[in-house]
Design a binder for this molecule. Sequence first.
Ligand code: 5GP
Length: 193
Amino acid sequence: MKALEDKILNEGVVKSGDVLKVDGFLNHQIDVAFLNEIGKEFYRLFKNNGITKVLTIEASGIGVAVMTAQYFDVKVVFAKKSKTINISDDVYHTHVYSYTHQINNEVMVSKHYLNQDDYVLIIDDFLANGEAVKGLIDIVQQSGAKVAGIGIVIEKGYQKGGQLLRKLGYHVESLAIIQQMNDVTGEITFKND
Ligand code: 5GP
């Protein structure tokens, strides 16, 4: 998505530890009109997949998921994070290693909001090593629902998550794929450059 690549080039800041900061439109301040265009694009890419629910993980995935779900006219469920969780019979739970915080989070979704009839579109802001998406897939599998697609705003293509998920056969669509970024020069290149 050319407009997204341009926005990343104009506003993104490359930090050490392979972290791209896009706080100006995605991770702190939300550019609603722009995220709306992202939602539309995910709808275009997945509209024939029979989506009945959009699933994401708090916090940064929620804005994108909401803008996307309005086009499918379905509800959004977000997995809740906690360092510890009181495991009960009412929840699906798994753990996710956080790329940015470098800690393990327990994440959970109430059994009320996902069931075996659902066709789930998983949405997240970034794809790095795939830990967050793998956790969400685990939750979908526990519910008996199907993963109908995975939509990512920014994939760091040189990290292993994208390859891993595509090898497993999932339909992954990333709106921008970073080929390389340099925290010293600030340079960012995209896969289709
Ligand atoms: P993964 O689980 O694929 O290793 O990492 C993806 C998760 O970590 C995303 O949910 C996102 O919140 C965070 N993340 C990974 N890389 C970056 C990055 O470069 N910038 C930002 N802002 N978040 C990232």
